[in-house]
Design a protein around this ligand. Structure first.
Ligand code: HEM
Length: 497
């Protein structure tokens, strides 16, 4: 009772009943959240129709709350609309904290932990060659090529499925499902009436105001296909003895070996099916965000591209594309990867958590049930850690600083979230982003595009997505560095070889 009299963390004033509804932007909420952080400090609290929202804005507070108090800060909100009505309740990002989550995270880390990543290197290299070959054949449509590369990479690694065209059915299905998931079902700022009043889930779909039930029914069938079809594809390939080594086939094989009756039990089947889908869902938009910001940075900073090309020419030469064995000799490319992760901050406010008990932090009261957002966007722009934080400056990672400062500047502390829900794909993305960036720098010149009047076109950077920092497609010019580069790209081993 005493704690309940403590003040809530500070934040913008809301209106009666609707609270801060009008402060919640449908897209680019992270820009507002950074302004609030600058105005109110390390914790900011808002409410929408009485639902508390807490933004954790500094690394210190994130460690104290999301890591050290992880036992009560790692749960997920119960979302009637997204979970029950739209069929997403078993996605890892929505799974409550408990035994099931621990079991499933163990499975993902078993397959994607630091010590397993080198086994994916050959697949990553081949998929990257395909990306370069795709850009070569359609230089005017790099956005579709990137989406195909990103979706194709995950379909290959998770399901052993090869995407050979931009109009591949599974790729299109996944892309549509993800768009519905992040921009319709789980859009930040959208408050579903049924989440506020769960009993409304029982009203019939024809009832006035029940449009959400009709939408949910359509979206649910799409989500089910998204979860089941690629998984059944791998199982079918395994039955025929033609499955490629991948996340699903590897874990189903292990499970069959462990099981006494040689058949995978239903719990294991369920865990593999849903973790596989979550890996796909979680890697697509995040990778598109990081690579889009790489292109943006290259056209805005031609000197960075030239410096990286010089480094690659000296360490790798121009008779082949870079491979993972070159990584230790390419520190500037590594610095570009870190700076792209920092500036893009692909999941800027993390994925919302729900706190399971009333809690007090530095004299502020945080009520049970509050939704908690780890504002990594703000942490990655902390001027004390990253001077001139809005500038793209890979050099900041190569400065000669003491060990403590270098550790503090490691973007991986922030960009992948915190504690018990930290991103399990961090090692995979570190590898896939590095090889993609190193290869594109080695083979292409990237610059602003020129319109039909010969004028340089400045990219117009607009964000529509509400969860991920994905810029709207913008124009740029990408072309092979030389005729020799074309030959090297064409000769590199691709997916269809
Ligand atoms: C640049 C790329 C990526 C970034 C910046 C990123 C960042 C994040 C963040 C911030 C979270 C929320 C963590 C939290 O609650 O504290 C998360 C969760 C997650 N990420 Fe990533 N991610 C990336 C790529 C990937 C990839 C490639 C995969 C899979 C291969 C993946 C799989 C997941 C999964 C399954 C979760 C949910 C974990 C849970 O709720 O327990 N992510 N990611």
């Amino acid at each position: 009772q005493k704690t309940k009299r403590l003040a809530l963390p500070p934040g913008p004033k809301g209106l009666p009943i609707i609270g801060n509804l009008r402060d919640m932007k449908l897209s680019g909420l992270w820009f507002e959240a950074r302004k609030w952080a600058q105005q109110y400090g390390e914790l900011v609290y808002l409410n929408v129709f009485g639902q508390g929202l807490l933004f954790v804005n500094t690394y210190g507070a994130a460690v104290d709350l999301l890591e050290k108090r992880g036992a009560i800060y790692s749960d997920k909100p119960k979302m009637v609309m997204a979970g029950e009505l739209c069929g997403c309740e078993n996605m890892i990002g929505l799974t409550p904290y408990g035994d099931r989550l621990r079991r499933q995270r163990k499975l993902m880390l078993q397959a994607l932990g630091a010590n397993r990543i080198s086994s994916y290197h050959p697949l990553l290299e081949v998929q990257t060659h395909n990306l370069l070959q795709g850009i070569l054949s359609s230089p005017d449509d790099p956005t579709s090529i990137i989406r195909r590369y990103t979706g194709g990479l995950t379909l290959l690694i998770v399901y052993g499925y090869r995407v050979l065209s931009n109009t591949d059915r599974l790729l299109e299905m996944a892309s549509e499902s993800l768009d519905i998931l992040s921009n319709r079902i789980a859009a930040a700022g959208i408050v579903w009436i049924v989440d506020l009043f769960p009993s409304l889930k029982h009203i019939p779909a024809w009832f006035p105001g029940a449009q959400f039930k009709c939408d949910a029914a359509i979206w649910k069938s799409k989500m089910e296909a998204f979860v089941n079809e690629p998984f059944e594809y791998t199982k079918q390939e395994m039955r025929q003895g033609t499955a490629a080594p991948c996340y699903v086939s590897m874990l189903l094989d292990d499970a069959a070996l462990e099981s006494k009756d040689q058949c995978v039990d239903s719990q294991r089947d369920f865990d593999i099916r849903w973790t596989a889908n979550s890996l796909y869902a979680a890697s697509f938009d995040t990778t598109v965000s990081a690579i889009s910001h790489f292109f943006l940075a290259m056209i805005q900073h031609p000197e960075v591209l030239q410096k990286a090309q010089k480094e690659i020419d000296a360490a790798v030469g121009n008779s082949r594309l870079p491979t993972f064995s070159d990584r230790p000799n390419l520190p500037y490319v590594d610095a570009i990867v870190s700076e792209c992760l920092r500036i893009s901050s692909p999941v800027p406010l993390g994925l919302p958590r729900a706190i399971t008990e009333d809690n007090v932090y530095k004299g502020m009261f945080i009520p049970k049930g509050t939704l908690v957002f780890g504002n990594n966007y703000n942490m990655l722009r902390d001027p004390n850690v990253y001077p001139n934080p809005d500038e793209f400056m890979p050099e900041r990672f190569l400065e000669d600083v003491d060990e403590a400062t270098a550790k503090l500047r490691d973007v991986r502390n922030y960009v992948f979230g915190f504690g018990r829900r930290r991103c399990p794909g961090s090692f995979m993305i570190d590898a896939s982003l590095w090889i993609a960036i190193a290869s594109m720098v080695s083979a292409f010149d990237i610059s602003r595009s020129v319109n039909e009047h010969g004028e340089v076109v400045e990219p117009d950077v607009v964000y529509d997505n509400s969860v991920f920092t994905i810029p709207r497609p913008f124009k740029y010019d990408i072309r092979p560095r030389s005729a020799h580069a074309v030959k090297v790209i064409r000769e590199a081993k691709g997916l269809s070889d």
